[in-house]
Design a protein around this ligand. Sequence first.
Ligand SMILES: *[C@@H]1O[C@H](CO)[C@@H](O)[C@H](O)[C@H]1NC(C)=O
Ligand SMILES: *[C@@H]1O[C@H](CO)[C@@H](O)[C@H](O)[C@H]1NC(C)=O
Length: 318
Amino acid sequence: MHFPSLALLAGSALLASAASLQQVTEAFGPNPRNVGFYIYVPDQLAARPPILVNPHWCHGDARACYAGSQYAALASRHGFIVIYPDSPNGADKCWDVSSDATLAHGAGGDSLGIVSMVRWALDRYGGDPARVFVTGVSSGAMMTSTLVGAYPDVFAAGSAFSGVPFGCFAGDGYAVWSGACATGQISHTPAEWAAIVRAAYPAYENATTTTTTTRKWRPKMQIFHGTNDEVLNYNVFKEEVKQWTAVFGYDGQHPTVTTPDTPVANWTKYVYGPSDWFEAYSAGGVTHNIQNQEATVMDWFDLACTSGDCFRWGKGGP
Ligand SMILES: *[C@@H]1O[C@H](CO)[C@@H](O)[C@H](O)[C@H]1NC(C)=O
Ligand SMILES: *[C@@H]1O[C@H](CO)[C@@H](O)[C@H](O)[C@H]1NC(C)=O
C-alpha cells in the first residue's frame, strides 16, 4: 500500500535535486535597466567555481540561449556556473551596446546590470573572481566586447561570435542599431580603436595596486566571423582585429601563427602577438548564422580544468 507513495517521494526528491535554469528575482545590485537575471548552477559545483556569462542574440532570450548551446551540460560536467542575462529591450531583444553608460566602467546601461549578476554570483557561490568569462553570438558577441572593454577588472577572457568592435555601435540612447557599423562603414586606425577601449575605464592601467579588482592586465580575447556575414559585414572583423591587437600592443598586420581548417573545415585561425592573448577565426563561406564552437571556447577559458593551476593566463597578462 505504501509502495506507490514512496516511489512518488523518491521521484520528487530526484526532481528537486536536478539543476535547471532559475530566474533570480531578489535584489542583486545596481541594475538601472532592469536586465533579467537567469542562472544555471549545477548540482555539483567545483571548488571556487568559475562563472561563464552567456548573453543571447537579438530576438533571443535567456531561455533560448540556455537551450541553444551545450554550456549548461558542460557546466554540469565541470562544475561551473552559467549566467544567462535577459535583455530588457522588448522591441527586438538586442543588447544595449551603444549607450555612453553601457560603454563606460560603472556608469550604467545593460553592462552594469550584468556585472552586478556576476558579483552577486561570486559572493553567493564562493566563485573564483579570477575566472569570470563571457561568450555570445551576434548581439551577445557585441555584449561580450562591451563587457570585456568596460570591465577588464571583472572578466578574464571573452569569446565573440559574429560581433563588432567595442564602441562601434555608439550613439544617443540605449540599444541603438548602427547601420554604419553593421555594414562595415566605420573604420578607425588601431590606435583610435584602442583609445576607445581605454576611454571606457581610463584609470584601469594606471592603478597603483594590483588586486583582483585592479589587476591592470587586459582580458584575453577570441573572435569568430563568417566571410559571408550578411548582417554584420566581414569588414567589422578586420576592425575588431585592429582594435584588440592594438589594445595588447600587437602587430595587427601579421599573424604570428596561421592555421587553416580550424576548428572547422574552411575556417582559418589567426594568432596575433607572442603570448596567446588574442586570436581571430575567419569562417570561410559562413553567414551571420555562425555555429557555436563550444569545445574551442572551453579551451580558451580553460573551463574543463577543475584542479591545479586552472586558467594560467589569469596570473598577470601578456
Ligand atoms: C595613465 O598613464 C599614462 C602613462 O603614464 C598617461 O599618459 C595617462 O594620461 C594616464 N591616464 C590617467 C587617466 O591617469
Ligand atoms: C571557403 O571559404 C572561402 C572564403 O575564404 C569561400 O569563398 C568559399 O566559398 C568557402 N568554401 C565553402 C565550401 O564554404
